[in-house]
Design a protein around this ligand. Sequence first.
Ligand code: DCP
Ligand code: MG
Length: 364
Amino acid sequence: QLQVLEVVVFSAPSYACQRRTTLDNHNAILTDALSLLAENAELSGEDGRGVAFRRAAGVLKGLPEPVTAVTQLVGLPCLGGHSLRVVKDILENGASCEVEDTKQSERFKVLKVLTGIFGVGVKTAERWIQEGIRGLQQLQDSGRTLNRAQQAGLQHYEDLNQHVTRSEADAVAAVVEEAVASVLPGARMTLIGGFRRGKLTGHDVDFLITHPEEGREVGLMPKVVSWLESQGFLLYQKTTKNSYLEGEDGPARPSSNMDRFERCFSIFKLTEEVNGEGLKPWRAVRVDLVVSPISQFAFALLGWTGSKLFERELRRWAGHKKAMSLSSHALYDNTQRRYLRASSEEEIFAHLGLEYIPPSERNA
Ligand code: DCP
Ligand code: MG
């Protein structure tokens, strides 16, 4: 007697910005494995491979139910031979040797510890490893000259490697709100990054600040920072100036525009509710502040809400499918040779010929 089993064969469009990806991930075991391989590739300077694993993980994050057999994946985009092999290993053996070996590898572990220091990137970590450094204590004892960011990163290592909760994000938001309101009444502040997508934890808290009257936001960041500093909220801060000039380099280098807003990378001293003896009364939290003129606000909001893969895919879609250049400042139509204005995220999706995807569904 033959039993016919109904097996779902999944399908999905190939760009993450065409898909709705909530936080409800039915394949976390698979996507965690692929994300780890992506991280390992990124830590090894192999960005192309990293993106391939991120895209594969992104597709699986959006599936409506758990995968039980690789045959269900035949029609899906972005799943190359390597990713499929990893998925097959996990489905058949409960784990992937490659993933387990990577997790255990000395090099991966040391790179994670060293790049876990705020202010330390892959290149610096790599150099230190070549010089024989294997851990934090050794780094400290080595007498290496660290820049200001790295010193703060080392000093607050434990706090900064402990995830930020939603209630901590709200506490930071209240402080930033007060700072913004006292230095420029009428200015508006929006929570961006992972928390805007509905995540319950994050590695930092990100805010976008603007003013409804164009130009009023000029000079705002130094004032906000001074206020925060005078109130004792900052353990560290570094502000970078706005260097974006429309027309000069807007459309030409869309992906490098990420850092062109007036931006402040900081470490907050966040006072916690003390509900017991001997509890530390405060902890360090990474906070990013970005100031944008109102004319660029929608682009900044879209560009800073993430996820990183979603952003990358939006820009790839714009370039490859629409001959447009998207950045967090503007959208340029290379065919019409003009900028396309927008005052909301919805309008930008419409310019791009994409269905609107709300922040909570950008978790690819
Ligand atoms: N971003 C980006 N490319 C960068 C830096 C930032 O696309 N080089 C965007 C996408 C991110 C957002 O800015 O979602 C905020 O950056 P984070 O690194 O804080 O990322 P998340 O907030 O998404 O994650 P986490 O929860 O870990 O903070
Ligand atoms: Mg963040």
